[in-house]
Design a binder for this molecule. Structure first.
Ligand code: NI
Ligand code: MN
Length: 227
């Protein structure tokens, strides 16, 4: 059983086979965060790229919980220099972690770290759970045609940004659903600030009218369970 919880903005908590995984834990400065940073526990933390709204509170949470942080090689080095335990991977590469098989996917975005350090290339994540369910976290990205290749894997759940301005907006995120063909979709990276405000119910209605995907509009703190 796998449960995916939205922590507002692009932060997710995934619980699968009793492993607790945080993705891009941006809590302290996240106006949409439903929890305090100190309340979060983690065995693993995934960091998609170097921007402050994704690296977020990774260093303090990782040090407090001793979570292993999985990110690209450059961000792993940067976190390692701050005393965090890391596992570096890179785009196209997968690894069998205790919680499942995790592959880094391409993302069209930037990745500079908060202090200006080079953060390598931004990534998304394709997680295959121990039960074989595939979860695609696109993370911050524009639309790209090779989402079709990711879709060929047979995606149970796609977590997609819809906020526009910094990432795909609603129209391109609809095209992404058509390329990926997931059974379930969770929209993220919207409504955190006015700059990325979107009518998510209108997007859900359009996606469900034009595709067979089911869109789950979560409030921060709400979960979707995949049995
Ligand atoms: Ni970003
Ligand atoms: Mn972002």
């Amino acid at each position: 059983m796998t449960t995916v919880t939205w922590l507002g903005h692009a932060s997710m908590a995934i619980e699968t086979n009793n492993y607790r995984i945080l993705v891009d834990p941006f809590i302290r400065d996240n106006p949409a965060a439903p929890v305090q940073e100190e309340e979060l526990s983690a065995d693993f933390i995934l960091v998609s790229h170097g921007h402050g709204d994704h690296v977020g509170d990774t260093v303090s949470i990782a040090k407090r919980t001793d979570a292993l942080v999985i990110s690209n090689f450059e961000i792993s080095n940067w976190l390692g220099s701050k005393g965090v335990r890391t596992h570096p991977q890179h785009i196209g590469g997968g690894f069998h972690h205790p919680f499942g098989y995790l592959k880094l996917t391409q993302a069209l975005h930037g990745s500079a770290l908060p202090d200006g350090s080079y953060g390598g290339n931004p990534a998304g994540f394709l997680l295959t759970t121990l039960e074989g369910k595939k979860i695609y976290l696109a993370c911050d990205t524009g639309l790209f045609g090779d989402m079709r290749l990711i879709g060929e894997e047979g995606i149970e759940l796609a977590v997609l940004p819809i906020g526009d301005n910094f990432t795909m907006g609603p129209a391109d995120a609809l095209k992404a659903v058509k390329l990926i063909k997931p059974r379930h979709v969770i929209p993220i990276h919207y409504n955190t600030w006015d700059l990325i405000a979107q009518d998510v119910q209108a997007w859900k209605a359009q996606v469900e009218a034009e595709t067979s995907a089911q869109v789950h509009v979560l409030s921060p703190g709400q979960s979707l369970s995949l049995d």
